[in-house]
Design a protein around this ligand. Sequence first.
Ligand SMILES: Cc1cc2nc3c(=O)[nH]c(=O)nc-3n(C[C@H](O)[C@H](O)[C@H](O)COP(=O)(O)OP(=O)(O)OC[C@H]3O[C@@H](n4cnc5c(N)ncnc54)[C@H](O)[C@@H]3O)c2cc1C
Ligand SMILES: NC(=O)c1ccc[n+]([C@@H]2O[C@H](COP(=O)([O-])OP(=O)(O)OC[C@H]3O[C@@H](n4cnc5c(N)ncnc54)[C@H](O)[C@@H]3O)[C@@H](O)[C@H]2O)c1
Length: 447
Amino acid sequence: MEFDVVVLGTGPGGEDAAGRLAEADLRVAAVEANLVGGECPYWGCIPSKMMIRAADLLAEGRRIPGIAGGSSVSPDWSQVAGRIRGEATDDWNDEVAAKRLTGKGVQLFRGRGKITAPGEVTVNGQVLRASRGIVVATGSEPVVPPIEGLRDTPYWTNHRAIEAEQAPESLIVLGGGAIGAELAQAFSRFGTAVTVLEGADRLLPPEEPEASELVRKVFEVEGITVRTGARARRVGHDGSAFTVETDDGPAVRAQRLLVSTGRRSDLAALGVGAFGLDESARAIRTDGRMRAAEGLWALGDITGKGAFTHMSMYQANIVVHDILGEPVQEAEYHAVPRVTFTDPEIGSVGLSEAQARQEGLQVRTALTRIADSTRGWIHKAGNEGFVKLVTAEGVLVGATSAGPVGGEVLSMLTLAVHARIPVRRLSEMIYAYPTFHRAVEATLKEL
Ligand SMILES: Cc1cc2nc3c(=O)[nH]c(=O)nc-3n(C[C@H](O)[C@H](O)[C@H](O)COP(=O)(O)OP(=O)(O)OC[C@H]3O[C@@H](n4cnc5c(N)ncnc54)[C@H](O)[C@@H]3O)c2cc1C
Ligand SMILES: NC(=O)c1ccc[n+]([C@@H]2O[C@H](COP(=O)([O-])OP(=O)(O)OC[C@H]3O[C@@H](n4cnc5c(N)ncnc54)[C@H](O)[C@@H]3O)[C@@H](O)[C@H]2O)c1
């Protein structure tokens, strides 16, 4: 089986790279252990955002009193589950995605592939040779912490949570990062009694502390129990409910337990040692063209540059151009945007204040609240949020946009950080009235 390129894993970036390389007349094999499309369309971004859209509608309906009349909403999870099954995942069937890929000329191999030598991948005993190289795009899987008893219980990871046919009566969310925070709020708004146990001293630890505080406050107002600095010691399941014992407080009991404590990639299982790479590393290191070794490229979660679909697609574009010998701007990571789709949304880009200080930059920051903006005041309910800017030497190096449509307001801040637009020039811009993004202008004035 002779190919120019073998792509291992067909998540967003792997699928894109394989398809485009085949369309450029290369002989391409793609190896997929599960579903073509990867985590994002079946158990990640898309179905979770369907849940969140539904949950946000409920929340918005509950905000009607005092502004537009009366309201009474009746949550029905079966409509969410139905949309996820029918519209998003085709009942977790990738036939259409596989056809799309093979229609571009890619030869698809089902199974778990392993690199068995440079330029060689073995899948189900079949050896695929790649004359130009191998692209590793195998993503990540949930970390399951070594907590006593946990592995013997029917805990959920994101897969089972996304596949849920019913919103559970009660749910413990272990890990208050992006997955934990988004799903905690979505289930809670459908009536699930949610307790979040976060090991760090705040939710969403990589974000600005003001963002963590905001999400905590909103969660608590909505009835979610948040315990930070919570270290789970033992987990048990008695056939109907979970009990989580912690070092810091009372045990928690709930019908379901979601483990959302981060992601990992198993480099040893991939056989990257065949290229001389350290298989005990957490991620595959690459250069600016996503090359990890001669004849080996990596992209997506496995590169450790941010577990986001947009990162996987960004890196895939570089891989495609590099393999085709075309000029391409090398990967830059100073303006990586990320949006946690809680309500309020937490959008951020570049460095947090703490990161900027750690880098020894001469940092200046400012923050203004959405509720104090005209649009925030008009909005009245659901108007929590803020814009925080982090500057160094007259240039924006990081920003957070938290609030209603915080992820959309983020776009102009991403552009500013990406293009290193001077703060002075930003403050000379005209900001449409009355928009949420006018909070950026107010924050610039604070600076
Ligand atoms: C609940 C949840 C919500 C998310 N929401 C967002 C969001 O809103 N926005 C966002 O940008 N990101 C989001 N993400 C993250 C996003 O899904 C991932 O960053 C993205 O899917 C990673 O893409 P990838 O190309 O690295 O690989 P993945 O999507 O992880 O796919 C890798 C593929 O490789 C396959 N594979 C693994 N090992 C092998 C092997 N040895 N042989 C063959 N195949 C193999 C797997 O089966 C899988 O199909 C979310 C993730 C989760 C879990
Ligand atoms: N909207 C988005 O873009 C989006 C949404 C979901 C996921 N994602 C991506 O997927 C990645 C993985 O998500 P995640 O939420 O699993 O990971 P995460 O790294 O974002 O958060 C994991 C959280 O679990 C906590 N934790 C770790 N061990 C713990 C323990 N034993 N007990 C209690 N808490 C513990 C960590 O302190 C951390 O806050 C994210 O980092 C993100 O890159 C993105």
